[in-house]
Design a protein around this ligand. Structure first.
Ligand code: GRF
Length: 231
């Protein structure tokens, strides 16, 4: 099930749980869902997710941020928001797998249920994907499957599309691929610069990422409710 957000229609402030997007069912873990976030840059999606969690009833909380860049703004936001932040500098790891091992270990030690890649500018390996199968969500600034990979906004401008947008999806081994959770479309205007289009897309990312996470969580709950637990 994927959610489509119409730009023209203002959404209510996101709340956990979000019956209009997750069909009324919310993971009943008997405690708030524990989210881990990975970021490399500004961290605006990280902050939007924290805000969404804090706005509603305590259905989910961001318990840890992992960053790979010591100077990133996301790290400063975590400090301001009071979220524990771990720096795992990719330059200190000779292989991607070793970095992913540490990322997974950090989240597992913190009993994280679901991991969100909110602007993580590294390719992830099966080590992390395998540690969080169907529990790893990414946000990408295009309407996937169009414009995978680096500079999706530049790719959209170069292609001359008139509509672009963003996608929250589950992570699979191919870059920017995996089951789509939520998408939002935005118009590409004739006088758009890279910066203006990126900003329009990003404001939608901040809205759909929490919805995508809620949908992924609903799937997680379905997994946990095995036949022996039903009835
Ligand atoms: C977002 O545009 C996201 O789609 C991409 O990286 C950007 C991160 O922005 N993967 P921010 O760090 O959340 O502000």
């Amino acid at each position: 099930m994927a959610a489509c957000v119409e730009v023209s229609e203002p959404l209510p402030a996101f709340q956990w749980p979000s019956p209009q997007f997750v069909g009324g069912a919310w993971p009943d873990l008997g405690r708030p869902l524990r989210l881990g976030v990975m970021a490399s840059g500004q961290g605006s999606n990280f902050e939007a997710l924290v805000a969404a969690c804090r706005r509603g009833p305590a259905g989910a909380e961001v318990v840890e941020l992992v960053v790979n860049n010591p100077l990133c703004e996301a790290r400063r936001r975590a400090e301001r928001l009071g979220i524990p932040c771990r720096l795992l500098d990719h330059r200190h790891f000779r292989e991607r797998q070793l970095l992913d091992q540490q990322v997974a270990a950090s989240f597992q030690a913190n009993e994280v249920d679901l991991v969100v890649m909110a602007g993580w500018m590294r390719i992830v390996t099966p080590v992390l994907i395998g540690a969080y199968p169907n529990r790893l969500v990414n946000i990408h600034p295009s309407l996937l499957p169009s414009f995978r990979g680096l500079d999706a906004v530049g790719q959209a401008l170069a292609a001359g599309v008139t509509i672009s947008g963003c996608t929250a999806h589950l992570v699979e081994e191919l870059v920017d691929a995996g089951p789509i959770l939520a998408q939002a479309a935005v118009p590409v205007l004739a006088n758009d610069s890279h910066a203006s289009l990126a900003a329009r897309i990003q404001s939608q990312e901040h809205r759909i990422l929490p919805y995508g996470v809620a949908l992924a969580a609903q799937r997680l709950w379905g997994e946990r409710l095995g036949p022996a637990d039903q009835g």
